[in-house]
Design a protein around this ligand. Structure first.
Ligand code: HEC
Length: 184
């Protein structure tokens, strides 16, 4: 092809690429030393949510449990920075919002999040084929979560100020919202 200075330019391009590759590799190695993401804790299961059917339990395990239970199956990339940081953060935030392992009340937020397609998150679905729910599976899970909302009524694992007056928070939708780190 064109000989006009093509050679040196190409050589320079390769040299630059090589340098970028080295810098990238060094950065990748260094980033592994950041301790965040090293730990992959699965605290004890206090009480698994009382799923109404084995099918719904299986769906929830496939679609929710990695982030919303203490039975996370940490994938290999949870051990490799920087992906490990995102996985760890998802699990931390997810467990804080809703943890099926603690015998806590399951609010109607859960059924809603599945019905409107915001849960499981898109990025998770991309990496976990088992979490891609068909319409029918989604309906099944929404129904099960609605049942859970009733069967876990009053079961408030944290017992945060529930001394007697259950009626007080009948306007549930609001209660949970206050501290959800939803600013994304
Ligand atoms: C990849 C991890 C991940 C998976 C899988 C996942 N979630 Fe979440 N979930 C999160 C994170 C992180 C938050 C908190 C930040 C936010 O709201 O986006 C959250 C928040 C929530 C909330 C509270 C806020 C809201 O949107 O109402 C509910 C309810 C919820 N998830 C339900 C579910 C259910 C049910 C499933 C399974 C169908 C599921 N999630 C699957 C990570 C996950």
């Amino acid at each position: 092809m064109a000989d006009r200075g093509g050679r040196p330019r190409r050589a320079r391009a390769w040299r630059l690429l090589g340098r970028l590759a080295v810098v990238g590799l060094v950065a990748f190695v260094l980033v592994q030393f950041v301790p965040y993401g090293w730990a992959h804790p699965n605290p004890p299961v206090i009480a698994d949510a009382p799923w109404p059917t084995p099918e719904s339990a299986a769906l929830a395990r496939a679609a929710c449990y990695d982030c919303h239970s203490n039975e996370t199956e940490w994938p290999f990339y949870a051990y490799v920075a920087p992906m490990s940081w995102f996985v760890r953060r998802d699990v931390e935030q997810g467990r804080r919002e809703l943890n099926f392992s603690l015998g806590e009340r399951v609010t109607d937020d859960a059924a809603e999040a599945v019905a409107d397609g915001s849960m499981p998150p898109r990025g998770y679905r991309a990496l976990h084929p088992g979490a891609r729910l068909s319409d029918q599976e989604r309906d099944t899970l929404v129904q099960a979560l609605t049942v859970l909302e009733e069967t876990t009524e009053g079961a408030d694992g944290g017992g945060d100020g529930d001394a007697g007056g259950d009626e007080d928070h009948s306007g549930r939708g609001g209660g949970g919202e206050d501290h959800s780190g939803r600013g994304r």
